[in-house]
Design a protein around this ligand. Structure first.
Ligand SMILES: [Zn+2]
Ligand SMILES: [Zn+2]
Length: 212
């Protein structure tokens, strides 16, 4: 198995973790949550010398999607999202107005992702885990092989969970998604949230106040 390249750019006023994952052998890559600051993200892609295959989104809140159009225009990549967040995705300008920010239109979603779907890039592979609650179409991405690391978007944070009071959010569903689809993974699996520092499944099981 080739080496997995991982680099994160922290972008926008809400400090979203935009993460690049690439196959060390073929340099084929996926980009998770191009939330803002397209120039910073494009510089990261160039620095790593990668070709973007998929533009992935853990969900469609503005802080995770606002640079998708600008990044795609320069770097290409197939725009991917869970279908249940498509309305949110298309309403980026409206989301901006409600938060006092100005955003243009998003590109069309080209590939709707399903629970358990696998995405290949070079010799690497991700599995999609649908974890509704923070938004209806919130998903996590699990690296297949190596340490099985997970990118949890705004579903699970270090010692916290995502808010459930935004469009289509559901607190009860959020907690069952985490319990049934994330906490069932191995304890030593590293977790990289959409904001803030990394953690592990085991640490959250024992010390996340929202899950005790
Ligand atoms: Zn969010
Ligand atoms: Zn967010």
């Amino acid at each position: 198995m080739s080496e997995l390249i991982q680099q994160t750019a922290v972008v926008g006023p809400l400090q979203c973790n935009c993460t690049l994952l690439a196959c060390g052998k073929t340099r084929e890559a996926v980009l998770i949550d191009p939330g803002e600051e397209a120039p910073k993200i494009l510089a990261m892609l160039q620095e790593q010398g990668v070709k973007v295959k998929y533009l992935l989104h853990t969900h469609a809140h503005f802080d995770h999607i606002a640079a998708t159009g600008a990044v795609q225009a320069q770097a290409g990549g197939t725009v991917c999202l869970h279908r249940a967040d498509n309305d949110l995705f298309r309403n980026l300008p409206l989301q901006g107005r409600l938060f006092g920010m100005q955003f243009g239109e998003t590109p069309e979603v080209q590939k709707f992702l399903e629970h358990e779907e696998e995405l290949e890039f070079g010799e690497q592979k991700l599995r999609v885990i649908h974890t509704p609650g923070h938004s209806p179409g919130s998903i996590c991405f699990e690296v297949q092989g190596s340490d099985g690391r997970v990118f949890s978007g705004d579903t699970l944070f270090r010692q916290s969970v995502g808010r459930a009071d935004l469009w289509g959010g559901d607190g009860r569903q959020l907690i069952s998604s985490i319990r049934e689809r994330l906490l069932t993974l191995d304890g030593d699996v590293p977790v990289f949230p959409g904001h803030g520092p990394k953690t592990t499944i085991g640490f959250e099981k024992t010390s996340n106040p929202f899950l005790l």
